[in-house]
Design a protein around this ligand. Structure first.
Ligand SMILES: Cc1cc2nc3c(=O)[nH]c(=O)nc-3n(C[C@H](O)[C@H](O)[C@H](O)COP(=O)(O)OP(=O)(O)OC[C@H]3O[C@@H](n4cnc5c(N)ncnc54)[C@H](O)[C@@H]3O)c2cc1C
Length: 419
């Protein structure tokens, strides 16, 4: 490195970002190979080559939700990619273990997996979400499996998307029901974008069907006129409606007010942090001692409040600030959390300090198909004098989109899938 550049970086306090740190053989175990875990792994490899980095996921490959809504109904949209973890790990130079993590012994610093025990010095938990079917009075695992197989809303795993596409292709008319989970859930605009695209598809393909939307949340203002006016013949929108019960055999959903029959359905129950966060005793309780459903976040740097060797990132993460609630549960935020945690671990493993950084979120949404229009939703964060985090959200209409969404996704994937 030229002396001028080094001096500049030292002065700017950025040197640890670009100079790999040397840590004597400590091991980081990362559970979950989604956006968050993959980002943590690739950044750790670049920042701390001496750390042993092991990624564990029960699946063999990564699939992305990004850009999937258009793909569901548009035959011209390009095919969904699948990335084998073994290949991704070889590309970056870390280890991949395909196994299910069944327990964490924080005292002994080991995780128990379906293929053996794995000791760690640092543990990054990025297991995503689980779907709470019990909130719909479904307690029998077989009934849940049947619902997921026949009517999954495909918000839990991107591997469910091809099945949903097939079901939509087979829908020839009648009532197509879609439930939106109560906030917080992953990718807040995604259900509205999906609804708008399905309505456009029903209309342009002249399918004699109606999309019935059950939404417990306030409708996102950016979609209000398009869903309620432009597609009023295709959409029945039930606002502030809460699902109480689902009967798959009778194809009915019961809300506080109605019993609604459906011919086909995209059923997405309330979401919570994945099982592993519950098993590890890392769920936050509210003031009355009730489980909130999401992880207890420690400090700004995503370190667990209960254990300084454990970090929790991605959609499983809990309350960020009483001023705005959760960070948006997006892949973009998850990758930023992964990069921030990698810097914390790389610095701490070598006895250095690294200031906690804050993530940001960018979301590209198709807000109209004909004429094509996109919406860019950006969220940024800063810490107030009293320590609380503040969120600023900016929405920009893109009336002539020129592939910004695809470029954004490619850029993201270069950071953690293929350099
Ligand atoms: C329809 C839709 C569209 C979306 N579009 C976008 C978009 O355009 N842009 C965007 O930024 N975000 C988007 N998102 C959100 C994004 O997909 C999520 O925010 C992101 O996947 C969260 O990443 P994660 O790493 O927290 O969890 P995940 O991606 O869910 O990964 C968790 C991983 O952990 C593994 N795992 C869990 N438990 C265990 C265990 N016990 N043992 C082993 N492995 C385990 C799972 O197999 C999984 O691979 C969208 C979401 C949906 C539903």
């Amino acid at each position: 490195m030229k002396p001028g550049r080094r001096q500049f970086l030292l002065a700017a306090g950025l040197l640890p970002l670009v100079r790999p740190l040397r840590a004597a053989g400590e091991r980081v175990v990362i559970v979950g190979g989604g956006w968050g875990g993959l980002s943590a792994a690739s950044h750790l490899r670049r920042l701390a080559p001496d750390l042993d980095v092991v990624l564990v996921d029960r699946q063999p490959a990564f699939m992305s939700f990004a850009l999937s809504n258009r793909w569901l109904v548009d035959p011209a949209a390009s095919a969904m990619a699948r990335h084998d973890y073994a290949g991704v790990a070889a590309t970056w130079g870390y280890r991949f273990v395909q196994a299910s993590v069944e327990g964490i012994d924080r005292a002994q610093r080991t995780v128990t997996t379906s293929s053996g025990r794995l000791p760690y010095d640092w543990l990054v938990l990025a297991p995503g979400i689980r779907e709470n079917f019990a909130a719909w009075q479904l307690h029998d695992p077989q009934a849940v499996a049947e619902l997921r197989q026949r009517h999954s809303g495909a918000m839990f795993s991107a591997a469910d998307l091809p099945g949903l596409k097939k079901r939509l292709a087979g829908f020839k008319g009648g009532d197509l029901l879609m439930t939106i989970p109560p906030a917080p859930y992953r990718c807040p605009p995604a259900p509205y974008e999906r609804a708008m695209l399905i309505a456009w598809w029903l209309k342009t393909q002249k399918i004699p069907g109606k999309l019935v939307i059950i939404d417990p949340n306030p409708l996102m203002p950016a979609f209000k006129s398009i869903l309620l006016d432009r597609f009023k013949d295709q959409i029945t929108y039930l606002d502030h409606a809460k699902v109480r019960q689902v009967d798959v055999a009778r194809r009915t959903v019961t809300t506080d007010i109605d019993e609604i029959r459906f011919d086909e359905a995209l059923l997405s129950p309330p979401q919570e942090a994945a099982d592993l966060i519950w098993q590890a005793g890392l769920i936050r309780q509210d003031d009355s001692g009730r489980a909130t459903g999401w992880a207890e976040q420690g400090e700004l740097g995503f370190r667990s409040a209960a254990d300084e060797r454990v970090f929790i990132i991605g959609d499983a993460a809990g309350l960020a600030s009483p001023l705005f609630g959760h960070y948006p549960k997006t892949g973009h935020v998850a990758t930023r959390m992964g990069a921030i945690v990698a810097r914390q671990i790389a610095a701490r493993a070598t006895g250095q300090r690294f200031p906690a950084l804050l993530p940001e979120s960018v979301c590209h949404v198709v807000s109209s198909v004909e004429p094509l229009e996109h919406l860019r939703i950006e969220a940024s964060y800063r810490q107030r004098g009293d320590g609380f985090l503040m969120q600023q959200v900016k929405q920009t209409r893109e009336p002539n989109p020129a592939g910004e969404d695809v470029a954004w996704a490619e850029n993201m994937y270069r950071d953690f899938l293929r350099p």
